[in-house]
Design a protein around this ligand. Structure first.
Ligand code: TXA
Ligand code: MG
Length: 304
């Protein structure tokens, strides 16, 4: 595993390798991503191979600047400018009508394309130095946990890339919110940019769901550790799991009581439970309030 610190020199080297058609693993503020030049079909198809991801599950195109937008998007609704000003760069992905120039390998055959500007200096630096847009799913084998630090990256995945840039622990910790803007605005994947955040910027009600038809990458079980786990209102002192209280045995991990901090810690904590010798663990249920919606979404999928 070739791990490089995010020096300007290393970012430039990685940008050159991406332009030659190689892949790289890059940090973003949400989770680590498996990056390819979005305009190189050979590299994009290697992403699907390496992850074991079905070809109909579309990839997000990452940009460093909105000036790149016309290269990928056929039509930019006014709402994009408001959302750009409020949330970008940041953990919000927009689904828009695709430009005919975008390869259907990237979009899984859909006539829409997902666009995001990651809020991470190393990732932005690679794109700026190489004048690149990156097709970049989370850097995990299909269905497994997304890595939020270098040590969580699957060695086989790392073997398939030129290098992994170490950007430290991801500050957001769960994947971006995906918002479909091709019709009435609808959230396809929950994230830390909430429905309420978006509604207050767009000054309108937005929908949630329609996931199955509109986003082939939404599965009932996803983001799951290898160990069986379930959500429980109470975790007894003898049981293993993620708890809000002081741990009462070495197989318990104390989680933050605030939803953003919880999200940031979630995948690393689930991965840590996989290193413990337990057959099953329990996740103490968080509050059922809107600010916990994205965490609930991931917990529901991890335990499905
Ligand atoms: O935070 C993130 O978004 C991370 C980092 C690396 O940027 N990326 C990420 O990519 O989570 P991935 O491939 O693991 O998830 C992308 C999601 C999938 O559920 C996919 O179905 C959906 O976005 N998606 C991509 N393009 C779409 C499109 N054109 N229409 C609907 N959904 C789309
Ligand atoms: Mg993913």
């Amino acid at each position: 595993m070739n791990v490089l610190p995010p020096t300007r020199e290393n970012l430039a080297i990685v940008a050159e390798e991406l332009k030659k058609g190689n892949l790289a693993i890059l940090p973003t503020e949400t989770v680590y991503g498996l990056a390819a030049d979005a305009k190189n079909e050979g590299s994009v198809s290697r992403i699907f191979q390496l992850k074991g991801r079905p070809a109909n599950n579309p990839l997000i195109v990452h940009l460093s600047s909105f000036e790149q937008l016309p290269q990928f998007v056929a039509e930019v609704p006014d709402s994009v400018h408001l959302l750009h000003e409020a949330f970008m760069p940041g953990p919000l992905t927009l689904v828009l009508p695709k430009s005919p120039k975008v390869s259907s390998l990237v979009t899984g055959g859909l006539d829409t394309v997902a666009i995001r500007m990651p809020d991470h200096a190393a990732c932005l630096g690679v794109m700026e130095l190489g004048e690149l847009a990156l097709a970049m799913p989370s850097a995990n084998p299909f269905m497994q946990l997304s890595p939020t630090n270098i040590s969580m990256i699957d060695p086989d995945l790392a073997d398939g890339v030129f290098a992994c840039i170490d950007g430290g622990a991801c500050t957001v910790g769960i994947e971006s919110t995906v918002l479909d803007l091709t019709g009435a605005p609808t959230i396809l994947r929950l994230g830390t940019v909430t429905k309420e955040n978006i509604e207050s910027v767009l000054q309108m009600q937005i929908g949630e769901g329609g996931r199955d038809q509109k986003s082939p990458g939404m599965y009932k079980r996803h983001y799951a550790p290898r160990t069986s786990c379930c959500i429980s209102s109470n975790v007894s002192p003898a049981e293993a799991g993620l708890v809000f209280v002081e741990p009462s045995n070495s197989n318990q991990i104390q989680m933050p009581a605030e939803p953003r901090a919880y999200a940031q810690a979630l995948y690393a904590s689930l991965a840590e439970m996989d290193t413990k010798d337990v057959e099953i663990f329990f996740i103490q249920s968080p509050p059922k309030t809107p600010d916990w919606a994205a965490v609930w979404d991931r917990l529901t999928k991890a335990t499905a």
